[in-house]
Design a protein around this ligand. Structure first.
Ligand code: SDX
Length: 431
């Protein structure tokens, strides 16, 4: 295929240069602007990275116009229907679906790394009972580098693999410890005979004084929610993990940075904000008032769980989760969930409103997920923690992809400086 190139001309000086166009397997071409500085003395200017490809990746592809999400080329709809979370984790990290033997080996490795150092458990006693669980999660995950320093040589593939097993296995245990601390209940140790979702339910909801029955419907719903939240290209938290990791920082610190970025209500914190918004709206009669607030530029209210930087069509994950709501709520005998009914009506009314239609604002992954978490018995303060548990496998996959690339460089963007010109220091008596 003929090489694709762009000719760039400075219309003031007439200086010309040629820039290479790179094509991927799917999606838009990219313009390699590496020579822009040398050829024209220019930087590109793209706040929020609205039109910037920050890296090359083989892990996930999103077609925002078509509402397509592929993990290593496999559509999310097929993974949601046929796979399970640990198999998707293996696919994201290793690039191919595992054989039966590889799957058993990976599941066994994860299943036997679920306990955390007993000293880490004591960290939770230092938090107020009402500390936000995301504060506890990011703090304790960063502290893992103080305990597991025997596997942090980022240039050693075996160390990278041990780190991946440890963080994927232990993040539910840390999440459960944060939840139990907030309840003032004793911590429940993980069980190696349980699958990933069942183990989390056990650690969240079991108490020492009576047997805990794990509902298979709930465990399956949790596993599917984890699949749907596992990875999503270069979203804000994944980009944070890549940037932090590009400095050579230990991987636990990089994952902790990703947890902090995910917490924001514009990102993973939206699932908690959606529940608060639905409770604030209260009834279908109030929907028009709140849609007006969402459209009012002088009101900072936004329709949480709506809109997306990339999807300008339905977020395929939201479509799957909305269908899940019907099934899970029915199986749990909670079909008449008023917040779910309100969410469905809110979506229906918003998608007929020109403001949302013109801006292609559709429900995203966070719009319905909280309905299911609530039905399972998980409180809103833990919703983003659930997102973080799932997204950890995506963060690990991207960190591994970046760190194992010999061409990796530290990420260090430039800027457009519009501050004061060079000037001299003025003594305090002369100011
Ligand atoms: C996630 O990147 C990922 O892949 C993220 C994620 C993942 O899996 O990692 O998919 C997970 O973070 C999903 C998004 C969760 N956030 C929310 O639900 C919060 C509400 N949504 C918005 O804040 C917003 O839509 C964003 C942050 C998601 C996207 O913001 P953009 O791409 O910067 O879009 P924008 O703010 O420039 O909005 C474009 C227009 C603006 O209006 P105009 O200035 O053109 O008149 O749409 C409006 C915005 O005011 N708009 C909204 C809106 N979202 C955008 N108006 C009301 N309610 C909203 N939710």
């Amino acid at each position: 295929m003929a090489e694709k190139k762009f000719e760039l001309t400075n219309l003031v000086t007439g200086k010309k240069s040629v820039a290479e166009v790179k094509s991927g397997t799917l999606g838009p071409d990219v313009l390699n602007i590496a020579s822009l500085g040398k050829d024209h003395g220019l930087f590109t200017f793209d706040p929020g990275f609205m039109a910037t490809a920050a890296c090359e990746s083989k892990i996930t592809f999103i077609d925002g116009d078509e509402g397509v999400l592929l993990h290593r080329g496999i559509p999310i709809e097929q993974l949601a229907e046929k796979s399970n979370f640990l198999e998707v984790a293996y696919l994201l990290i290793n690039g191919e679906l595992p054989t039966g033997e590889q799957s058993a080996e990976f599941t066994n490795a994860i299943g036997h790394h679920t306990m955390i150092n007993e000293s880490l458990l004591r960290f939770f006693n230092g938090f107020q009972y009402n500390a936000h669980p995301m504060a506890m999660l990011s703090g304790v995950v960063a502290s893992m580098s103080a305990f597991y320093h025997d596997s942090m040589d980022i240039n050693n593939p075996r160390h990278r693999e041990i780190f991946a097993h440890r963080i994927i296995a232990k993040i539910p245990t840390i999440a459960a410890a944060a939840y139990k601390h907030s309840l003032g209940q004793p911590f429940v140790y993980p069980r190696n005979d349980l699958d990933y979702g069942s183990n989390l339910l056990h650690m969240f909801f079991a108490v020492p004084c009576e047997p805990y029955h794990i509902d298979p419907v709930t465990a399956q719903a949790l596993d599917l929610l984890f699949i749907l939240h596992a990875d999503h290209e270069q979203n804000a938290s994944t980009s944070t993990v890549r940037l932090a990791g590009s400095t050579g920082a230990n991987p636990y610190a990089a994952i902790s940075a990703g947890i902090s970025a995910l917490w924001g209500p514009a990102h993973g914190g939206a699932n908690e904000a959606v529940l608060a918004m639905l409770e604030q709206i209260g009834t279908v009669e109030n929907v028009p008032k709140y849609l007006a607030k969402a459209k009012d530029k002088n009101d900072n209210f936004r329709l949480m769980g709506f809109g997306h930087r990339v999807y300008k069509n339905f977020d395929p994950r939201a479509t799957i989760i909305r269908a899940m709501c019907h099934k899970v709520l029915a199986k749990l005998g909670k079909s008449d969930n008023p917040l779910f009914e309100l969410a469905l009506r809110l979506e229906e009314i918003a998608l007929k409103d020109d403001y949302f239609v013109e801006r292609k604002l559709y429900p995203n992954v966070d719009f319905y997920s909280g309905i299911i978490y609530s039905a399972i018995g998980i409180p809103p303060s833990m919703f983003t923690v659930m997102f973080a548990i799932a997204r950890t496998v995506g963060w690990v996959a991207h960190w591994q992809e970046m760190i194992s690339d010999p061409a990796m460089k530290i990420s260090r963007p430039r800027q457009l400086y519009t501050g004061a010109g060079k000037r001299n220091y003025v003594e305090v008596g002369k100011r």
